[in-house]
Structure formats: C-alpha cells, structure tokens
Design a protein around this ligand. Structure first.
Ligand SMILES: Cc1ncc(COP(=O)(O)O)c(C=O)c1O
Length: 376
C-alpha cells in the first residue's frame, strides 16, 4: 500500500532515544560531562584487535564472507563454556553468534513471537526489549515476578527476563527460576533469558535459567562479550538454545547481517580464551564501585546483588516523574538514565551506572548529584 511520505507503523512505534530531553539541559553545562547514564565500562578488555595474530591467517579466514552461524572455533569455545560455566547442555548446533546481545535478542523475539502475540517482560526491564517487541508488532506486557502467573493469556508467547537485571541489579534465585519454568511448561511458553551480566553477580551465584530442569528445550539464553569482556564496540554476542529454534534464529541472522564481522569474532575468541584473570579483576573493581557509589550517594537506592547499576529511588522527592531532577543533574554535568525507559511504573527512578567511569570520576559525578539534591 502506498504510504509515502509516512513511514511504517513499526518504525513509528519503536521509541526514540530516552536522552533527547536531557540534551538541552546538558548544553548549559560548560565543563566535562560525567556519563553515568550509559551501561559501559572504563576497563580495557583482556584481549582486543591488537592481540589477534592477523598475520597467521589466510585472507579467506578474514576477508571472505564468514559462516552465518559464527566462526567455528568461537562457536566450539562457546559450547564448551555453556556446558562448564552455565550448566547448559548444548552442542555447537545450539549456538548462534550475533551482533551483540542486542541482535541476538532481536532475532530471538522475531523467532518466538508472531505479530499480535504478547511478550511478557519482567519489570523493570532493559529498555530495548520493549522497542524490539513493538518493532515486530508484538505486544509487550510488563509485570513483576509476583504478577507473572496472572498475566498469562492465550496470546502470551514468551517470557523475557534478565538476571542479573538491568536496571536494578536483581538476581533471580534458583527457586524463582524454577517457578518461572513451571509457569512456562504449564502454558507452553518460550523463555528468553538475558544473562549478559552472568559474570557480575556479587552477593549471589549466577544461575542460568536453561540449567533448571525442564527449561532447556524452551529457553534461549543470550550473552555478550560487551559486558563480560569490556568489548562493547566490537559488537559480539550470542544466543544458546534448542537446535530447532537456533536454526530459525540462524536464518534470521542470515537475513539481517549475513555474518557477524569475522575480525570481531576473532577478538572475542581471544577474550574468551585469555579472560579468566580479567573477569576476577573486573568483578572486584565493579563490586568496589558499587559499594563506593552506594555509600556516597545521598538518595535512596538498594545495594544491588549484581550488574552494573544503582536503581535510584527519587519517588520520595518528586513522585512518579523524576525528570526535573535529571534535568538539573544534566545542567550540573552529570547524566542519569530516566526510569521511565525501564518500565511504565518506573518514572520515579533513575539508573546510575557505576562501572562506566573511573572511581575518581564516579565520586565527582555523585557529588554533583548530591549538590542538586541538597538544593531541591
Ligand atoms: C540486559 C541487557 N541485555 C542486552 C544488552 C545488549 O548487549 P550488547 O551490547 O551485547 O548488544 C544490554 C546492554 O546494555 C543489557 O544491559
């Protein structure tokens, strides 16, 4: 149907950047801006493009199209890691490399939901998952864990969760995961488990959903080299799942990017092989940053058991919309992510990333926030 100059309904419904409103306030700040809004790390990766032995590879290894599935050595190393570190019993046919966890999740949503289906999101949730659903004409339904069983309808196709979670750093216990699997089995649902922060559980051990009895055949688990190994810009992530579903996801990867850039997969493989010491150091650095930021910030925030964020509760100060506080923070040169991006009921919260800047800049950013709060 002719629609020029209008764009598609999916294109219209997918939300734009959540930071647009803060930019004009930021423009009032002349100095060095402290970006506590973005989920990133200030640490250098354990291995990057510089460490790959490019000269040892033939041009066909590097410059020809790669396999849409992913480079064989990386796929094999991941299948190994899935079995030993995650307790997920898969073979290489259950692994799909993607352009970051973002791409893996986008293909997964497309693979398990039809237009009009409902995708349950445990709230608060990683923002892009909602936009992905909308982009595929899938209906996102936000519920708390306590509300989950009552939220299933005949149109529910899948449940998405993240553990440790972004934005609140919560981790689901084995008992909670078992309860979710039980609901999924009872209602014939797919499970989409976002475990990109698997290596950053501090107060509890991370449990992979697919390792729970009954979960393996219905769970896609997504991981990321961005989060585990500080390689966000290289854009390598992967999905693990039952072979039939992974072969569908593979077709979707094939039709969206063909293959993930081979050079980036080489660097990811290097990180996976050499990254053990990095994971230990990064975990120690992040937990120290969590404790440091939690102790310094004067606004209420729980101490999250894992992840990379404080979930700051401004409701006592501004009710259900803390944008006025975030605008003032932006005018003081420090950015936080508005809670409204993470759920319909989250407008009174903001997310503070404590891993993205050095400890000194973290202190400085929190002092700026405290100054704003002291002058409300
Ligand atoms: C919970 C969660 N899932 C997925 C992603 C996307 O990861 P990637 O950078 O590998 O696309 C992020 C990134 O912040 C995240 O926090």
């Amino acid at each position: 149907m002719a629609r020029f100059p209008d764009v598609s309904t999916a294109g219209t419904r997918v939300p734009a950047s959540i930071f647009a409103r803060l930019r004009e306030h930021l423009a009032r700040f002349p100095g060095d801006v402290i970006p506590l809004q973005i989920g990133d790390t200030h640490l250098a990766p354990p291995s990057g493009l510089a460490e790959v032995e490019w000269a040892a590879m033939t041009p066909a290894d590097l410059y020809a199209y790669g396999s849409p599935n992913g480079c064989a050595p990386l796929v094999e190393a991941i299948a190994d890691k899935a079995r030993t570190a995650n307790g997920i019993e898969i073979t290489t046919a259950g692994v799909q490399i993607a352009v970051g966890a973002t791409h893996a999740l986008s293909c997964t949503v497309q693979a398990v939901c039809d237009p009009g289906d409902e995708l349950i999101l445990l709230t608060p949730h990683w923002p892009l998952i909602r936009g992905m659903a909308l982009g595929f004409h899938v209906v996102p339904i936000e519920v708390s864990l306590a509300e989950l069983a009552g939220a299933i309808t005949p149109r529910t196709s899948a449940i998405y969760l993240a553990t440790p979670n972004n934005p609140d750093g919560e981790m689901l216990s084995r008992a909670q995961l078992e309860a979710i699997v039980e609901i999924a089995v009872r209602h014939d649902l797919w499970l989409v488990s976002d475990e990109v922060y698997e290596d950053y559980g501090y107060d509890a051990a991370h449990v992979s959903l697919a390792s729970i009895p009954g979960a393996l055949e219905r769970t896609v688990t997504v991981f990321s080299f961005a989060k585990s190994y500080a390689q966000a810009g290289l854009r390598v992530g992967y999905a693990l799942g039952p072979e039939g579903l992974i072969s569908t996801i593979k077709k979707l990867v094939n039709h969206s990017v063909y293959n993930v850039p081979v050079a980036m997969q080489r660097a990811a493989l290097g990180a996976l092989r050499a990254g053990g010491p990095f994971l230990r150091e990064a975990r120690a650095s992040y937990v120290a940053a969590r404790d440091r930021s939690r102790a310094r910030l004067i606004a209420p925030a729980a101490s999250p058991p894992g992840g990379a964020y404080l979930w700051v509760d401004f409701r006592g100060l501004t009710g259900d919309d803390c944008m006025p506080i975030l605008e003032r923070c932006a005018a003081h040169g420090v950015l936080l992510a508005p809670g409204s991006a993470f759920g319909e009921r989250c407008g009174g919260f903001a997310r503070l990333c404590y891993t993205g800047v050095t400890p000194a800049r973290l202190d400085e950013g929190i002092d700026r926030i405290n100054t704003v709060l002291a002058h409300l």
